[in-house]
Ligand binder design. Structure first.
Ligand SMILES: CC(C)(COP(=O)(O)OP(=O)(O)OC[C@H]1O[C@@H](n2cnc3c(N)ncnc32)[C@H](O)[C@@H]1OP(=O)(O)O)[C@@H](O)C(=O)NCCC(=O)NCCS
Length: 179
């Protein structure tokens, strides 16, 4: 059975329900391979290929979670935890909230669920990286208790505005939090 998409009706329902009753009305779940075709709101085709590769690393080297509108419903936020990047800790990454549902608390809800997964593995530290210039995300992570702990740099394949592939050279701040 194909996973349901976050269509306009789902988006409107989530917004109204969260504004009325809070993010607790939504469901945290493991992301599944059949969610991938309806996650196009989270990034380019290359991003989705990377998500698919990381899903294959679950459960040994990673967890991959999503927030669904309801049990078995459409994924409206997603993010993973990598257990190889910082040995002895979990690194939360690839976090994305549906563009029409940002600023409602879904990102904070998902990050709390990721931290719970890290804790359940008996690991004491959560890490999260933020790219230079993503000041909104940095402010959010600091508010959630993360402190700058160094810098990272990396590169990955990305698509430019005309759909051509290029190597994106990125750098930013690594933040950590004792759980
Ligand atoms: C960053 C992101 C995951 C946060 O999730 P969210 O559900 O929007 O965040 P919450 O509602 O839990 O928290 C709101 C806070 O997030 C931050 N924020 C970052 N980007 C934001 C956005 N596009 N819209 C609203 N808030 C954003 C702000 O600090 C905001 O606090 P403020 O209202 O005091 O300014 C989400 O906005 C997103 O997917 N952005 C695009 C992709 C991205 O930047 N991912 C993070 C990579 S490190």
């Amino acid at each position: 059975v194909a996973a349901p998409a976050a269509d306009a009706a789902v988006i409107e329902w989530v917004r109204a329900a969260v504004e009325r009753d809070g993010v607790g009305v939504l469901v945290v779940d493991d992301l599944r391979a059949d969610d991938l075709p309806v996650l196009e709101w989270s990034g380019s085709r290359l991003h989705l290929e990377s998500v698919a590769q990381n899903l294959a690393r679950v459960p040994e080297h990673a967890d991959y979670l999503c927030v669904r509108a309801s049990v078995g419903g459409a994924a409206v936020a997603k993010g993973g935890v990598d257990y190889e990047e910082h040995p002895g800790g979990g690194t939360i990454w690839q976090v994305a909230v549906h563009p029409e549902l940002q600023g409602l608390g879904l990102g904070s809800f998902l990050i709390a669920a990721c931290e719970e997964r890290i804790r359940r593995r008996g690991l004491p530290t959560a890490w999260i990286g933020v790219e230079d210039g993503n000041d909104g995300a940095l402010r959010l992570y600091e508010r959630l208790g993360y402190s700058p702990s160094g810098r990272w740099s990396s590169s990955w394949a990305a698509l430019n505005e005309s759909g051509q592939e290029y190597v994106h050279e990125a750098g930013g701040i690594d933040l950590s939090k004792a759980l």
